[in-house]
Design a protein around this ligand. Structure first.
Ligand SMILES: [Zn+2]
Length: 129
């Protein structure tokens, strides 16, 4: 990919890389925690000693399970955005809008470090659905 003139220098994007990495770690922790809760109601069973009892409970918690899994889907979307933001940092295109190649204000990146668009383009994309 060609260098974007509005993209951040590596040195500039470093704090954002750290922020995104921390965010990703936290989200991954939440996702796996939810996955455990959704798949196994017994927190002690994670020790690997036995898988015996929890099969009997399955089905009774269907609603809760669906709810947890739909939460995970949303977090998965954010995770994807974080991953591509980290990829943009490595490619040296982070900080430039993917739509108009304009500079994304640092204030916006501080609020949403994984955004790929400036405010104007994000609004345009949202409106077009
Ligand atoms: Zn833009």
């Amino acid at each position: 990919m060609a260098k974007l003139k509005n993209a951040m220098k590596k040195r500039e994007s470093k704090p954002f890389k750290e922020l995104l990495t921390a965010l990703r770690a936290r989200l991954r922790g939440d996702v796996s925690g939810l996955a455990n809760a959704a798949l196994n109601k017994n927190p002690a069973a994670g020790s690997g000693s036995t898988l015996s009892n929890h099969m009997a409970d399955m089905g009774s918690d269907q609603y809760e399970q669906d709810f947890s899994l739909s939460l995970m889907a949303n977090e998965g979307e954010v995770l994807e955005q974080i991953e591509s933001a980290l990829a943009r940092i490595d490619a040296g295109t982070y900080g430039a809008c993917e739509e108009c190649e304009g500079k994304i204000p640092k204030m916006r990146l501080n609020a949403i470090p994984y955004t790929a668009h400036c405010v104007k383009c994000a609004e345009k994309i949202q409106r077009s659905g």
